[in-house]
Design a protein around this ligand. Structure first.
Ligand code: SAM
Length: 212
């Protein structure tokens, strides 16, 4: 993602009602914020938030938390949420490595990873959001029966993801190398990157998997 410094984004994030600050104090208390006991789904690396906003609109009985590390991107999601004011959606600006400081054991029912950064150099493999290191973090916050969906057009990253899922002993429920021409296409909610890359003709890979 090409990052531009968006002037004023940090200031908006510092006061916006849809951004949770002091997110570590929310650990174990997310239901208080939403005011109900509905399941919590998170998207890690949500970018400008198109996917998570569509999901929150389609599923009012699920609570969503969008996680993004860069203010300049998060601001675009905030601008849209300022207009829509979806009651079941909040954002956090944070580095995903620290997810376990923010969500308690079993507090999250589902995790979405969409078009995560590939970190192509071997020495950066641990930073990939589908590495065994990240899978361990997800396992520690997922509730019983909770899982992860990962989509990408990056085949080497997808192959790495499958390898890491096997190494961590996760159960793969479904894997496709061409989501849009597969039986799983129905009901698929597109992300910003998915729209861009599939319109260039790139097939989209997708895995659904569980830490059991
Ligand atoms: N998910 C969106 C989509 O599919 O359109 C955006 C994809 S973009 C390539 C990846 C996003 O993940 C970027 O906005 C990046 O800043 C964010 N990201 C990458 N690594 C992250 C991390 N460790 N913690 C939080 N956000 C991260």
């Amino acid at each position: 993602m090409r990052l531009r410094n968006v002037r004023g984004s940090r200031e908006v994030i510092a006061v916006n009602e849809y951004v949770v600050r002091d997110e570590q104090t929310m650990k174990g208390r997310w239901h208080e914020l939403f005011g109900n006991d509905n399941p919590i789904h998170i998207e890690v690396g949500m970018g400008k938030g198109r996917f998570i906003m569509d999901m929150a609109r389609l599923n009012p009985d699920i609570n969503y938390v969008g996680i993004e590390k860069f203010s300049s991107v998060l601001i675009r999601a905030i601008e849209k949420q300022e207009i829509e004011k979806l009651p079941n959606l909040y954002f956090i600006r944070m580095e995903a490595e620290y997810l376990e400081n923010v969500f308690d054991k079993s507090e999250v029912s589902y995790i979405y990873l969409n078009f995560s950064d590939p970190w192509p150099k071997d020495r950066h493999a641990k930073r990939r959001l589908t590495s065994v290191q990240f899978l361990e973090r997800y396992k520690n916050i997922l509730s019983n029966g909770g899982g992860v969906t990962f989509k990408t057009d990056n085949r080497p990253l997808f192959d790495f993801t499958i390898e890491q899922a096997d190494a961590a002993g996760w159960r793969k429920e479904s894997v496709t190398y061409d989501l849009h021409n597969s039986p799983y296409a129905e009901g698929n909610v597109m992300t910003e990157y998915e729209e861009r890359f599939s319109s260039m003709g790139n097939p989209i890979c997708r895995i659904v998997y569980y830490p059991e």
